[in-house]
Design a protein around this ligand. Structure first.
Ligand code: FMN
Length: 332
């Protein structure tokens, strides 16, 4: 194990790479493959309509683990909603089923005490230093800091991963993960150099053999450049990065041209059901789907094991090749 960080020493992860929660994608097929590769994957609770369906998925995931698999976790995304899901019921199922790592996003306070009291390690996803410091105070164990490069909700301030990670290095007392824009080993090395305990990725894991989505979507990501994403919903302070397709461009147009625009003007286009349909049918223009800028760095569809080992090797090479210091010393 070339890398020794909080993720490896505290959670027994072999390669400090994390697969963050992904709506409709973070299912047993992917999460077990990530765990079998020695990395930390998260089943995404709200993908399952009821807590009992999450229970069944946790059991399925466990049944797919190989002898040397590492543990996996559950993501619980607590975003403001008109009819919020029963977050606590999802948390209870995770705890009852023996899950010991929870990734939270949004406001973790509703479930934090319960999951901490039950021995879970909490990795909290956020997009500003202010929220990271607040979560640290609330008692989470680790921060996963997402730069604006990320797929999905990158917040309203557009801070980049490079700046956020450097701020975390300066101001956080707890470990932090680099998230948003990461897809290769050079970046992995850079994240470690910035003091991160590992790298969290979404888009890159989505483009693996085991990701349970239609191959057309994976092909579209391989073809996409870093310019093929679009930020929408800024008008509603709910900015989200999506694949630039017919539907997301329509959302962008409406929100930026309609007078007195309201969310309901675009709600039919943003529907989660339509997005789910993209992954099932492979029609990449059927609805909106999250995509990160690192799509420009993704050129193939490897297995999770191939990907993890590749990133580890590339990171090692990058750190060894960073010979400026060594060469300078040798010249002395
Ligand atoms: N993050 C969450 O906390 N909850 C989610 O439900 C969620 N859904 C996502 C769905 C997709 C398809 C993708 C690509 C990302 C999603 N994310 C979600 C964000 C990822 O967990 C991760 O933070 C992000 O993808 C990192 O940026 P990257 O895509 O540049 O690697």
């Amino acid at each position: 194990m070339p890398f020794d960080t909080w993720l490896t020493s505290q959670l027994g992860i072999r390669i400090p790479l994390v697969q963050g929660g992904m709506m409709w994608v973070g299912k047993a097929d992917l999460v077990s493959a990530v765990a079998n590769a020695g990395c930390l994957g998260f089943l995404t609770a709200l993908t399952f309509e009821t807590p009992e369906l999450l229970r069944a998925e946790i059991r399925k995931c466990r049944s797919m683990l190989e002898a040397d698999a590492v543990q996996f976790g559950v993501n619980i995304t607590l975003l403001p909603a008109i009819n919020p899901p029963d977050y606590m019921a999802y948390a209870k199922v995770a705890v009852e089923e023996g899950v010991r790592v929870i990734e939270t996003a949004g406001d973790p306070s509703k479930i934090l005490k319960y999951i901490k009291d039950n021995g879970c390690t909490v990795i909290h996803k956020c997009v500003t230093l202010k929220h990271a410091l607040r979560a640290e105070k609330l008692g989470v164990d680790c921060i996963s800091i997402d730069g604006i490069e990320c797929a999905g909700h990158g917040g309203e301030y557009d801070s980049t991963s490079l700046v956020l990670l450097s701020l975390c290095a300066e101001q956080l007392q707890i470990p932090y993960l680099a998230s948003g824009g990461f897809a290769n080993g050079r970046q992995f090395a850079a994240a470690l150099a910035l003091g991160a305990a590992g790298v969290n990725m979404g888009t890159r894991w989505m483009t693996t053999k085991e990701a349970p989505i239609h191959p057309n979507v994976k092909d579209a990501i391989v073809k996409a450049t870093e310019n093929d994403t679009i930020l929408v919903l800024r008008k509603f302070r709910n900015t989200t990065r999506l694949h630039k397709n017919k539907v997301s461009m329509e959302v962008f147009k409406i929100e930026n041209t309609k007078k007195d625009v309201e969310f309901r003007d675009v709600a039919h286009l943003m529907s989660g059901k339509r997005g789910k349909g993209v992954y099932e049918t492979g029609d990449v223009d059927a609805g909106v789907w999250s995509l990160g800028m690192c799509s420009g760095l993704i050129h193939d569809v490897p297995s999770c094991k191939e990907l993890a080992l590749r990133l580890q090797r590339e990171a090692e090479e990058a750190l060894e090749k960073t010979s400026v210091l060594r060469n300078a010393r040798a010249r002395l």
